[in-house]
Design a protein around this ligand. Structure first.
Ligand code: PAF
Length: 284
């Protein structure tokens, strides 16, 4: 595995791969890798001649009071994990190279960003869409791989590539969980032992709702209530939102008719965790 530290070098490599007709798979990350990220590499490995992973803690997707400076970073450890998982090239640029002096172009995806984390974290998806768009231009992948844990991010990026005619397929891969059900996240390291123990209520609530859905429940309020009740049973949990949304537009729905996403965001102290489950009616 080779680590590429400059945009210019990455652009040159991507140009050569394109000329040679190579299928390039991109796994964009902010590093501090876990099994969730590595499952994306495994999927990319199956589809691609060349697997590129980017590691870039993107300043433009953090709000002024968010954890940009504190976000966990460990490039050396990440390099070992990425290499072991089968990454060919690790792209790890500096912020000043991605956003040089005078930088002033941003990608704003409307509508789908009005809800959930988009409503709670103003500017977040503008930063995500901007950096992912830049990564697509720099690396020129055929496919790009994202975790379903960030379900709204997947919806936003699908909208972006469709609207801007970007020749990149967005592949969403299932959430990877700890043995007790907690979704893997780089931010889990912020949790105290007690918070970590209680964090299981997110996945427990969602699993109960999924069971109700399988038994035939379609009413949004009923499904959200079971999630809310379960999360509120944890003394350290503070709900940011529990929402049932259309999986394409992210707009809230009262009843499930097609494919919906039941999504939660919960604070444990300063740490904000998200999780979701897809509830789809195939044909009724
Ligand atoms: O999901 C993430 O880690 C980030 O939002 C992404 C897609 C790498 C963009 O910075």
């Amino acid at each position: 595995m080779k680590t590429i530290e400059t945009v210019a070098e990455m652009v040159q490599l991507a140009k050569a791969w394109r000329k040679d007709g190579k299928r390039v798979g991109l796994v964009p990350t902010m590093g501090y890798l876990h099994q969730g990220h590595l499952s994306l590499v495994a999927a990319a490995r199956l589809d691609s001649d060349i697997v590129v992973m980017s590691i870039f803690v993107n300043p433009t997707q953090f709000g002024p009071n968010e954890d940009y400076a504190a976000y966990p970073r460990d490039l050396e450890h990440d390099q070992a994990l990425a290499e072991g998982a089968g990454v060919d090239y690790l792209f790890a640029p500096q912020p000043g190279d991605m956003y040089p002096k005078g930088y002033s172009t941003f990608v704003n995806v409307e509508g789908v960003t009005d809800y959930l984390c988009g409503a709670k974290r103003p500017g977040h998806f503008r930063g995500v869409a901007t950096v992912v768009s830049k990564l697509f231009h720099i690396v020129q992948p055929e496919k790009a791989y994202f975790g379903q844990k960030d379900g709204q991010q997947v919806a936003v990026l699908r909208r972006m590539v469709a609207d801007l005619n970007m020749p990149v397929e967005i592949i969403a891969r299932p959430i990877v969980r700890e043995a007790d059900g907690v979704a893997l996240s780089s931010r889990n390291v912020y949790l105290s032992a007690e918070q970590r123990q209680q964090a299981v209520v997110l996945s427990q609530g969602l699993a109960k709702a999924r069971d109700l859905f399988i038994q035939g429940e379609r009413d949004g309020e009923a499904l959200k209530q079971v999630v809310t009740d379960t999360i509120q049973s944890a003394s350290l949990a503070k709900i940011d939102y529990v929402q049932l949304v259309d999986n394409l537009t992210m707009a809230p729905v009262d009843r499930i008719a097609g494919e919906a996403m039941l999504a939660v965001a919960v604070y444990f102290g300063e740490t904000r965790l998200i999780d979701n489950v897809l509830l789809a009616i195939e044909s009724e």
